[in-house]
Ligand binder design. Structure first.
Ligand code: FES
Length: 108
C-alpha cells in the first residue's frame, strides 16, 4: 500500500499539513476518514456535490480528468464553482498529488 500527504484547509480556514491519503481511497474517502465534515450523501457517485472541494492549481492540472457526470454537477454549483473545483469523490489517488492543497468548499 502507498500513501501520500496532502494539506487540507477546512471551512473555518484551519490548515492541516500531513493529511494521509491512501492509494485505495478517493480524495473524498480520505477526507471523511480524517473526519472532515463532508456529507457525501450520494456515497461517492457524483450526484450530490456535498464533497465539493478546490485543489491548488498545480494539483488540479495533475489530477485525473473531469468526466461528463462530474462536469454536469459542477455546472450546477454556480457561484461556488471556481477554476479548480472538483467533486472530491471523483479525484483519484495518484503519487503526483503528493503535497496537494485541498480546500473544502462552502456548504450550499
Ligand atoms: S460524494 Fe456525492 S458527489 Fe461526491
Amino acid at each position: 500500500m502507498s500513501s501520500i500527504n496532502i494539506t487540507v484547509i477546512d471551512r473555518e480556514g484551519n490548515r492541516t499539513e500531513g493529511v494521509e491519503w491512501k492509494d485505495f481511497e478517493s480524495l473524498m474517502e480520505a477526507l471523511t476518514r480524517h473526519k472532515y465534515p463532508i456529507l457525501a450523501t450520494c456515497g461517492g457517485n457524483a450526484s450530490c456535490s456535498t464533497c465539493h472541494s478546490y485543489l491548488d492549481q498545480g494539483s488540479f492540472a495533475k489530477a485525473n480528468e473531469i468526466n461528463d457526470e462530474e462536469e454536469d454537477l459542477l455546472d450546477m454549483l454556480d457561484d461556488t464553482r471556481h477554476d479548480t473545483s472538483r467533486l472530491s469523490c471523483q479525484v483519484e489517488w495518484s503519487e503526483d498529488l503528493d503535497g496537494a492543497e485541498v480546500t473544502i468548499a462552502p456548504e450550499w
